[in-house]
Design a protein around this ligand. Structure first.
Ligand SMILES: *[C@@H]1O[C@H](CO)[C@@H](O)[C@H](O)[C@H]1NC(C)=O
Ligand SMILES: *[C@@H]1O[C@H](CO)[C@@H](O)[C@H](O)[C@H]1NC(C)=O
Length: 302
């Protein structure tokens, strides 16, 4: 009994010992020192944390991505961009409407009436020219102007005239619109010489142009491909549209386009086509079907 009593008393005394003025076994000044210790301790931790983040942020640029390895060389994209990279339609049943709608939507940004504002756009010539230098990324030029790209340059694939409103799909001569994906501060370099690229692509080599060339993917399909025509500022991507300064500095930027028209793909045949761009700093990757090239299957049924 007595042990129990003294135990109770011990417990209470432990919480508040009025003799020694101790709370939970420590005096006020001891608690105060512990409190101060932890304030300083966590203060330092927070300081180190904020300091390293700030130092990290200082090394980042608002304008240029620090790490670009994931997107390294440019990808190609095209419109229409069907599932499984397979265009298949019937002329008679007019089943090409989804493709035509995709191109119409894609080309809207290239309507010349959206490119009127002189403060945002400028003319960069109607033939391939050298790179347009708009100052270094980190300089104080502010917003950069974008080169106009007039949809009408895509001629038969522009979809501006009544006869072309279906982009050739209705005649079995479909158009494909192709662009190189944007990469901040990237200057694609054209092939050093005609000899560095495959023979069939050489006619598309021009000064100040990244040539694009499409051909049959399988050798045995050669006779089914028919003639191909390229529209734009040439059969490729003209250099005056590069470099791109990024979303913040170059908000109105338009990528140059190339339209590819397939004039006589054999009807009822699954035609496999490969399109490739050629340049000194353009590579291809087995695993990435869109890096510097793309494959597409086109089946046109009457
Ligand atoms: C490459 O060859 C094509 C014809 O095969 C020619 O039109 C073009 O001018 C040549 N380009 C260069 C840079 O030699
Ligand atoms: C289209 O290709 C076929 C062979 O697939 C050929 O017989 C025909 O003459 C070609 N048409 C034109 C206009 O070149």
């Amino acid at each position: 009994m007595s042990a129990n009593k003294s135990g109770d008393g011990g417990w209470k005394t432990f919480i508040w010992n009025s003799e020694k003025n101790e709370f939970l076994g420590r005096t006020g000044s001891s608690w105060f020192k512990i409190f101060i210790f932890y304030v300083i301790f966590y203060g330092c931790l927070a300081g180190i944390f904020i300091g390293t983040i700030q130092a990290m942020l200082l090394t980042l640029s608002n304008y240029k991505p620090t790490y670009q390895d994931r997107v390294a060389p440019p990808g190609l994209s095209h419109s229409p961009c069907p599932d499984k990279a397979e265009i298949s339609y019937s002329i008679e049943e007019k089943t090409y409407k989804p493709y035509v709608d995709h191109i119409k939507k894609f080309l809207k940004a290239y309507n010349i009436e959206n490119q009127r504002e002189e403060s945002k756009f400028e003319d960069c010539g109607e033939k391939p020219e050298p790179y347009t230098n708009r100052g270094a990324l980190e300089s104080d030029y502010g917003l950069r102007k974008a080169c106009r790209f007039n949809r009408a340059w895509l001629k038969d694939c522009a979809g501006l005239e009544k006869k072309d409103e279906d982009f050739g799909f209705n005649e079995g001569k479909p158009c494909l619109i192709v662009k190189l994906n944007r990469i901040v501060n990237f200057r694609p370099r054209p092939p050093a010489s005609n000899e560095s690229i495959p023979e069939p692509a050489r006619p598309n080599v021009q000064l100040n142009l990244i040539p694009i060339h499409c051909t049959n993917k399988r050798e045995e399909d050669a006779e089914h491909l028919g003639p191909i025509e390229y529209f734009g500022l040439g059969p490729g991507f003209p250099l005056q549209y590069y470099p791109y300064y990024g979303k913040l500095l170059h908000p109105d930027y338009l990528q140059p386009l190339v339209a590819i028209k397939f004039h006589n793909i054999t009807r009822g045949y699954e035609m496999r086509i490969e399109c490739k761009v050629y340049g000194e700093n353009i590579d291809y990757n087995e695993k990435d079907r869109y890096q510097g090239r793309f494959d597409i299957k086109i089946t046109i049924n009457s």
